[in-house]
Design a protein around this ligand. Structure first.
Ligand code: ADP
Ligand code: MG
Length: 414
């Protein structure tokens, strides 16, 4: 297990400190003004900023915002973020678009790093230019630690580098899942973007005692097992990764076929489970529950013609019950990916039931994934998780067993 060099007051006392934060928050336009729709990422950096202020450090904050594609996009300026920090979070932050002549102020927030192609290209001259502004570098952006960008891997080449408090916490929480989960360890995986989740799914399936699959991802597994899925959504493999996700599902089923878990001490179940029934409709925008069909996959496979228009949009009642019973006995749960199209109340029952089963269990519970967090929030369950990981793709890569490039410079050599 890796150990990170976490920043302490002693390291930064009276120093100039460059802090890579993730202030990539969702924005909303209201008239001419931009508003911060969700400030959780800003708040997440506050403990580290407080530590630095208490140590009398001068603070320079750097971040990206959105995808300006290497050019100046005024709507993606960080200036409104500085204003928000001042007005709503009571932090005396001065904004500067000039990277070289900083205002003589205690906390400065620099303009969006991604206005410069040198950031994504990891240009050493750009990294050096930023490094010159400070004596110490702190990374407080776990969610960007999988990117080989100048502000993540370039600057640490030039400065003594430390891990921020929230970054350290995230790494520790995720590492616990990989190295010492309280058992039984149950992984619940759903959602639509299997391409992002392949690594985590493959690695966690080996570590966990049980894997419960739902959401559109389940369609890959059903298809691999020879079930008809009609018009259900399956993510196309891109040319870039050329993976076929149905084949991957088949391979995972095969790999874990012989491993059985015991339910109620006597019913043996395979380690990797996919839905035994589903809720289907012809469109995810359906508004009438009369159009819904509950399909029991074990025996409702006849009258094919009538079903050709159907999409599977949620796990069914039997699956809900089975998964909930299993989750009740968990020691640790990691959940990523909604069980269905929860944004439509007609297809929300699976996600709601799973959120409830997880949060009412006595397990240590970790929640991840942008849409999954939104769903948990919607069902008032978010605060009942032991830990909520907002690091998205970086967290999934970490759980896939990768040493993230951004963490490498922060690791204490063993
Ligand atoms: P996260 O952001 O939590 O990692 P994803 O982005 O992978 O999750 O997937 C979330 C989306 O998956 C949700 O918005 C939901 O509507 C969609 N989804 C879930 N189940 C299905 C399904 N059976 N068919 C189509 N889309 C689905
Ligand atoms: Mg998503």
């Amino acid at each position: 297990m890796i150990e990170l060099r976490t920043v302490t007051k002693k390291d930064v006392a009276g120093k100039r400190v460059l802090v890579r934060v993730d202030f990539n928050v969702p924005l909303e336009k209201s008239g001419d003004a931009v508003r911060v729709r969700d400030d959780r990422r800003l708040r997440a950096a506050l403990p580290t900023i407080k530590l630095l202020r208490d140590a009398g450090a001068r603070i320079i904050l750097i971040s990206h915002l959105g995808r300006p594609k290497d050019t100046v996009v005024p709507e993606l300026s960080l200036a409104p973020i500085a204003q928000y920090l001042r007005e709503k979070l009571d932090l005396p932050v001065t904004f500067s678009a000039d990277y070289d002549n900083l205002p003589d102020e205690p906390i400065v927030l620099l303009e969006n790093l991604r206005f410069y192609p040198e950031e994504s290209n990891n240009d050493p001259a750009f990294a050096k230019r930023l490094a010159k502004l400070a004596d110490i570098y702190v990374n407080e952006a776990f969610s960007s630690a999988h990117r080989k960008h100048a502000s993540i891997i370039g600057i640490p080449e030039f400065l003594p580098s430390f891990a921020g408090l929230a970054l350290t916490e995230e790494a520790e929480q995720l590492a616990k899942l990989l190295h010492k989960p309280r058992r039984p360890f149950i992984v619940v995986l759903g959602g639509a973007k299997i391409s992002d989740k392949v690594g985590a799914l493959t690695n966690l399936a080996r570590i966990a005692d049980l894997v419960l699959i739902g959401g559109a991802i389940a369609n890959n597994f059903l298809s691999a097992e020879g079930f008809e899925i009609y018009r259900s959504f399956v993510e196309e493999a891109s040319k870039k990764d050329a993976g076929d996700y149905v084949a991957l599902a088949k391979q995972l089923i095969e790999e874990h076929k012989t491993e059985k878990v015991l339910k109620d001490n006597y019913i043996p179940l395979p380690k990797l489970l996919y839905p035994i029934d589903v809720i289907a409709a012809s469109s995810l925008e359906t508004t009438s529950d009369e159009e819904l069909k509950t399909i029991d996959l074990s025996h409702d496979m006849e009258d094919k013609l009538e079903k050709t228009k159907l999409q599977y949009l949620d796990i069914g009642p039997k699956t809900r019950q089975l998964y909930s019973e299993l989750l009740a006995g968990a020691g640790t749960v990691f959940w990523n990916g909604p069980m269905g199209v929860w944004e439509n109340p007609l297809f929300a029952a699976g996600t709601k039931a799973i959120a409830r089963a997880i949060t009412t269990s006595r397990a240590t519970t970790v929640l991840g994934g942008g849409d999954t967090i939104a769903a948990a929030h919607h069902f008032h369950a978010e605060h009942q998780f032991s830990y909520v990981s907002a690091a998205g793709g970086a967290a999934l890569k970490f759980l896939g067993g990768e040493v993230l490039p951004g963490l490498k410079p922060l690791v204490i050599p063993s």
